[in-house]
Design a protein around this ligand. Structure first.
Ligand code: NDP
Length: 285
């Protein structure tokens, strides 16, 4: 299944002209000691887009799996993220990430959180623009940015992030932010794409899954992709990795998409931290 599965993954064109595979593999909360094995599995079953972060403390495991895979660098898409306390220090932080990953460049470098109380997002974004000019990050973007945060960095630099990676799942669909992204040419990347482990068993999800002979997780990922989102599900289990990649043989109908859209709880659906107050990642995240 490996290469044919990945061949089925569509590419999304970013506002800088580069492309990103619409489905990738996230490594949040994978134990550093386990990361090499889990990512090796993910690469073997066909993922070519890996999403890590300095704060996950598992970049070196990702790097070891990449090195052992023998997959040509240009076939891979690797994202990492600038940790919150280092907004003033992005060049050194990226150098450390590249060292841990064993790479000369990342495909996408993100500011992990805006941290408004710190007030350094513009400084961080200015550095990321330079890092892209130096070729150390092919594309640059942000994560967990609100509309006000996006407005601020664009007004200060004239450079629009290619991607905003945000919490987005069936109960928290982020319509307002997505509309802003669409208007400004920012790609929406969904974290918690499955809902963070509590895969929804809502009737609309179960009905779509049953109609297409797939699992609820597959139905949800299909909804993510058909909604235009980039999705980066995580699983430490190889069979679930295979399952999550096997979502290109069916299509949800307009009625099924509508029924899943109705599961949105608006602001009440948020399960992760609120970007307006989040300062530091929790221990070991
Ligand atoms: P996900 O929505 O990907 O859910 C992962 C959970 O779902 C795990 O508990 C996993 O269990 C379980 N799971 C995976 N596949 C299946 C399946 N087919 N059936 C049933 N259960 C399944 O949540 P994440 O929080 O991991 O988000 C994905 C990625 O997004 C992260 O890994 C990270 O890269 C990124 N992220 C970014 C954030 C940011 O601030 N920018 C914040 C949080 C995440 P198991 O592993 O046991 O299979």
């Amino acid at each position: 299944m490996s290469s044919s599965a990945q061949n089925a993954v569509p590419a999304i064109t970013l506002n800088d002209g580069r492309t990103i595979p619409q489905l990738g593999f996230g490594v949040f909360r994978i134990d550093p000691d386990e990361t090499r094995r889990v990512v090796s599995d993910a690469l073997e079953v066909g993922y070519r887009h890996i999403d890590t972060a300095a704060s996950y403390r598992n970049e070196s495991g990702v790097g070891a799996a990449i090195a052992a895979s023998g997959i040509p660098r240009e076939e891979l898409f690797v994202t990492t993220k600038l940790v919150n306390p280092r907004h003033e220090d992005a060049p050194a932080a990226l150098a450390e990430s590249l060292e841990a990953l064993g790479l000369d460049y990342v495909d996408l470098y993100l500011i992990h959180w805006p941290v408004p109380s710190q007030g350094k997002a513009v400084q961080a974004w200015t550095s990321l623009v330079q890092l892209r000019e130096q070729g150390l990050a092919r594309s640059i973007g942000v994560s967990n940015f609100r509309i006000a945060d996006l407005d601020e960095v664009v007004a200060a630099t004239g450079v629009t992030p290619a991607v905003n990676q945000i919490e987005l799942h069936v109960e928290f669909q982020q319509h307002e932010l997505k509309a802003y992204h669409a208007e400004h040419g920012i790609a929406t990347e969904a974290w918690y794409p499955l809902g963070g482990g509590e895969v929804s068993q809502a009737p609309a999800v179960l009905a779509a899954a049953e109609a297409h002979g797939v699992t609820p997780a597959q139905a949800i990922l299909r909804w993510q992709l058909q909604s235009g989102n980039i999705a980066i599900p995580k699983s430490s289990h190889r069979e679930r990795q295979v399952q999550n990649l096997d979502v290109f043989g069916f299509e949800l109908t307009a009625e099924e998409l509508e029924a899943i859209a109705a599961l949105d709880l608006g602001a009440a659906g948020r399960r992760g931290p609120d970007p307006s107050t989040f300062v530091a990642p929790p221990a070991r995240s």
